[in-house]
Design a protein around this ligand. Sequence first.
Ligand code: PLP
Length: 455
Amino acid sequence: MEAETKRSYSEKDQDYLWHGMKPYQANGTPLIAESGKGSWFTDTAGKRYFDGVSGLWCLNLGHGQEEIIEAAANQMKSLAYFPLSFGHKPAIDLAEKLSELLGGGYRSFFANGGSDANETAFKIARQHHKQSGNPEKTKIISRYRAYHGNSLGALAATAQANRKIKYDVNVPGFVHIPPPYAYRSSFGSYEEDDLRAAEYLEQTILWEGAETVAAFIMEPIISGGGVIHPQSDIYYKKVREICTRYNVLLILDEVVSGFGRTGKVFGYMHGDGFFPDIITLAKGLTAGYLPLGATCVHESIYQSFKTNGTTNHFRHISTYGGHPASCAVALKTIEIIERDQLVNRVARLEQTILRKLHALTSYSFVGDVRGIGFLYGIELVKDKQTKEPLSDETIKTIVAACQKKGLIIGKNGDTVPSGGNVLIIAPPLTSTEDDLTFLVKTLNEVFSETDKEAS
Ligand code: PLP
């Protein structure tokens, strides 16, 4: 026992902990965090880092939010746990608040996180059609490059081959289409990319048979897949029209883009009239303080679950989904976002940061800089003409060099064939202007060293 306590956490980590992703470590040693304050955390060796990805795009209010911590503790003191086959006050209050934020008329089913919220959405979509006289409407359409979660259904909706290849056969009934992606348009036209991508949805619904398609799921802005978004709201407008025309439910995965990340309360609000039939939430919902997901469903869909008889009942339960402490934390998180006007703050700072990040295109290997709110992607290429992705090795070196200088950034995972050539930046919404200056300065230092080494 004594010998065990003398071993460093790095050593013990290597023996016992199973990491979820390939870690890009600066010296080959794992980064082990010990404490955090605001947008910064400190590792077990006492080194400080600016968290340029908010954990996994969830720690939107940074560390040390005392009011959130108190809300969790108070809730645990008064009611530690209660299942949502019954009810409790924080879940009811949160469901009411979410409906208000969504403009009214939404009902929430609570889950543990994003994957779970998406699974719930797929089941609701299929069951809704079954009990509305359209039993064959079961297929779910999703977009290449998107990530929707790790469980088998959410993974089937995820369209990143490397994440799925080892788990064949994937859950059937999922179909993928390309997203609008002007920088690498699947349709050969920068100007018409949005429109063509939306038309492709319609084409796919018709090819599959509209009578077989239950839902289309999309993130308003593809986040983990490389920060990919349309150029204008024509895409959103067309997608909404098409889904309505073919009675295909529009599921918006706002697990990352919700709660101010994109400079609006929800990412879908960037589209005029782009309302969801179902919206899935997690991550920023609790600012990463506790696990929680939500599947918010428009009343028009809920109607088909309401009528008499047991067959219409939604046979789905989650032990921890809607945990009282998580709901209390979510309510406090939303209160802070509203009180401190964080959504406006993000929208206000967006252009300043984007302008500084755009300047990075002067480096020989920066092909594209894009983003919205506090969510940015920097696409790295070997050659700006051919757009051939920069080698995975160089990208790992860049990420590790940033880490060495105390900056954590992400990169998109698992893109075939490049392995992922988009750096992802998503700082906490509460990051100070000094924090953001440090972010841009460090990127400049690392990029300039990389350029020198390449020449
Ligand atoms: N949807 C999106 C867009 C995500 O980025 C993620 C996770 O990164 C998920 C769903 C899955 O969420 P969770 O990891 O909470 O299951």
